[in-house]
Design a protein around this ligand. Structure first.
Ligand SMILES: Cc1ncc(COP(=O)(O)O)c(C=O)c1O
Length: 371
């Protein structure tokens, strides 16, 4: 789509489609492992991707402003970056980040391949101090589930000053709100499972980079580990992304309203949502993001059991893990945390706001909180 500079809302619809006359409007689902040999064509779809995967990669690459690589899950994408780093370095990672990400780093540390420093990425000075001697900084645009918002430009610059490589998990924000490559990050990562695919029917991940050398080495890692997504998943992800802008617009507006109402509810002790003016991440999110997202974490007045009761009482909202789908999901997040070092309050509920009507969602939440 290089003839005109399209806005992201148009790119999600237009990019990654066959362009030639006579071709289908949508890249087809290509179900094959081998190709017939020819000097320049694909020969095996673990190495050289099918048209289905290529369409997804073109779409996401154009959105993020880099070269995208599709992976079979978000975890596979994170692992490709972390496990591909030279041995012996120091990695700085969010203390309260996604637990699977922390587990990947911990596994590398247990193998003696790196030293891991976990730090509050909302505390810019603490991260800069921890970067001394570091070779990798991993960030989340908004941490899962404590909703911490890092100062991406300051931290990326500080990491590059000490020669550290920077990866940013932008799953919670989507490329519509922030594009970390434009802020200087070396790699941006998505759990495509979430907002990009958007219908909770796909497990997929992606990386996007600017450097052709880095793209080549991550491509090689994906080939060696076989972490390539299937054709059906990739087709569904591309199809889901066509409505990303519409879904986000609705879900974000609803999340802002629900966060304000939760904040005023007597059964709620604290709401974590960067769209609230009093939230610690508000100023940075307002400066750097084109939207506050549709994830809300909130602590109820009461115990872990009381929080579980809220999850069991919702009817429209589903009690389940994951996020970013059209349907709203809620869970008590501490049930998943590996240990207390994540600092997730036992009574914290994480709500992924979907695209249902705001009043139906509020009625459901209010009746569950009343029980
Ligand atoms: C912020 C974040 N990053 C990465 C992942 C891992 O992605 P996947 O489940 O697609 O492997 C998740 C999954 O919940 C996530 O929430």
């Amino acid at each position: 789509m290089d003839e005109v500079k399209l806005r992201p809302e148009s790119l999600v619809v237009a990019a990654g489609r066959p362009r030639e006359p006579g071709r289908p409007l949508n890249a087809p689902i290509v179900l094959t492992a081998p190709y017939r040999h020819s000097p320049e064509e694909n020969y095996y779809s673990r190495n050289e991707v099918t048209d289905t995967v290529a369409a997804f990669e073109t779409l996401l690459g154009e959105l993020e402003g880099g070269r995208a690589l599709a992976f079979s899950s978000g975890m596979g994408a994170i692992a490709a970056v972390v496990e591909g780093r030279p041995a012996g370095g120091v990695s700085v990672v969010p203390a309260d980040g996604y637990s699977g990400m922390v587990s990947i780093f911990r596994a590398q540390e247990a193998l003696g391949r790196m030293t891991v420093r976990r730090v509050d990425i909302g505390d810019t000075a603490a991260v800069i101090a921890a970067l001394s001697g570091a070779s990798l900084l991993w960030l989340e645009t908004v941490t899962n589930p404590l909703m911490t918002v890092p100062d991406l430009p300051a931290l990326i610059a500080a990491a590059h000053k000490v020669g550290a490589f920077v990866g940013v998990d932008a799953t919670f924000s989507t490329p519509l709100a922030v594009r970390p490559l434009e802020l200087g990050a070396d790699v941006v990562m998505h759990s495509v499972t979430k907002y990009l695919s958007g219908h909770s029917d796909v497990l997929m991940g992606a990386l996007v980079v600017r450097s052709p050398e880095l793209a080549a080495s991550l491509h090689q890692r994906r080939t060696l580990t076989g972490a390539i997504p299937g054709a059906l998943e990739t087709y569904l992800a591309t199809r889901g992304m066509r409505t990303l802008a519409l879904r986000m617009e609705r879900a974000q507006a609803t999340a802002a309203e629900l966060a304000a109402r939760l904040d005023a509810h007597p059964a709620v002790a604290r709401v974590r949502f960067p769209g609230l003016a009093a939230d610690p991440g508000h100023a940075i999110a307002a400066r750097d993001f084109a939207g506050f997202g549709a994830m809300i974490s909130f602590e109820i007045e009461g115990s872990a059991d009381d929080a579980e009761r809220v999850c069991e009482s919702v009817r429209l909202i589903s009690h389940g893990t994951s996020l970013g789908g059209v349907e709203s999901l809620i869970e008590r997040r501490a049930r998943h945390e590996v240990d207390a070092s994540f600092g997730t309050p036992a009574n914290l509920l994480r709500l992924s706001v979907g695209i249902e009507h705001v009043e139906d969602l509020w009625a459901d939440l209010a009746q569950a909180l009343d029980t």
